[in-house]
Design a protein around this ligand. Sequence first.
Ligand code: MG
Length: 383
Amino acid sequence: MKTITILGSTGSVGRQVLDVISKYPNHYKVVGLSAYRNESLLREQVEKYNPTYYYFPSGGIEVQPSVFDLLEDKAYTKCTSSLEELASMPADIVVSAVSGIAGLWSAVKVLSRGGTLAIANKETIVCAGRHLKALEKKHGGKILPLDTEHSAIFNCLKGEEKKQVKSLILTASGGALRDMPIKQLAKVKADDALRHPVWKMGKKVTIDCATLFNKGLEVIEAMRLFEVDADKVDVVIHRQSIIHSLVEFSDNSMKGLLSAPDMRLAIDNALSYPTRGKEIIAPLSLKEIGTLTFSAPDYDRYPCLKLAIEAARAGEGACIALSAADEVLVEEFLKGKIKFTDIAQTLAKVLTKFRKIGNVELEDILSIDERARKYTYNVIGVK
Ligand code: MG
């Protein structure tokens, strides 16, 4: 029986992790859960899975035990004082499904105790990936990618030698606005950008898919997780989302991972590691799919991808700043305060301002994050 803690259990990824776990009643025991906003769902989950600990912040103030009165009879379920404390509690696997840089210190905590971290929280990998890999090696823990693309690459690399890897190729669906004339993008509303053609995900990542900034973050994520340079990571538009990413080898052959687009495969793979999981997702019928298409991304349509790749080449400071700025910009776009096209325009300014920082120590990440946020609010004139 593996024990599992899920940081961010009420979000899209967190709920899918619980769905996979519920299919293995004799294999997994949930020992920790946390949410950021969705108190009612967290309460439901705590009642159902009866973890040892949970964490829920309430506007910066800890939730009062009385909110969880209903649970008192079930006993033992205790509220930790922080997300980091929850991450420090014993568990065979800690799943980080938190959105944004808020997941940084909890990821550090897990790896500092030599634990296994299954991570979907891409902003933390983008900002602190080099440090996370160093902690993984130093303390003998394990980082298991939950992002579908990186899980695919992780699996394609099994049994391969790193020196024979020529490049990593990330596939991208193109997002909700892939067929909209470029001229109309300035008028796009949040609801349009939230209609992803293939994947059902949280709001931040769905908007990032529409701008393709998500794929830019994933380029940086791949560099950090697999310790390769920016010029070894490529992006190809693949509308069907059947091939989840590929690895090109020194003999010019490629390996890719194909499946129905369902992120529970990556979750099941990580939880079952090092063995293969069960039959959780639907089988793939190549005869029904018929055609798989590939094309180069158009940077006029997706300037955010180009900016993220430039940041990847510029260094860690630029990546941290761009990731922080994007969190602000997506939130303001969702509130209707800025235009869709303002996201790329503002990111370009942030990149110019922060591109020269270079490598960043762990303890300095949040201060660059904060400076980038302030600068972003200044540029867009909100707050
Ligand atoms: Mg992905």
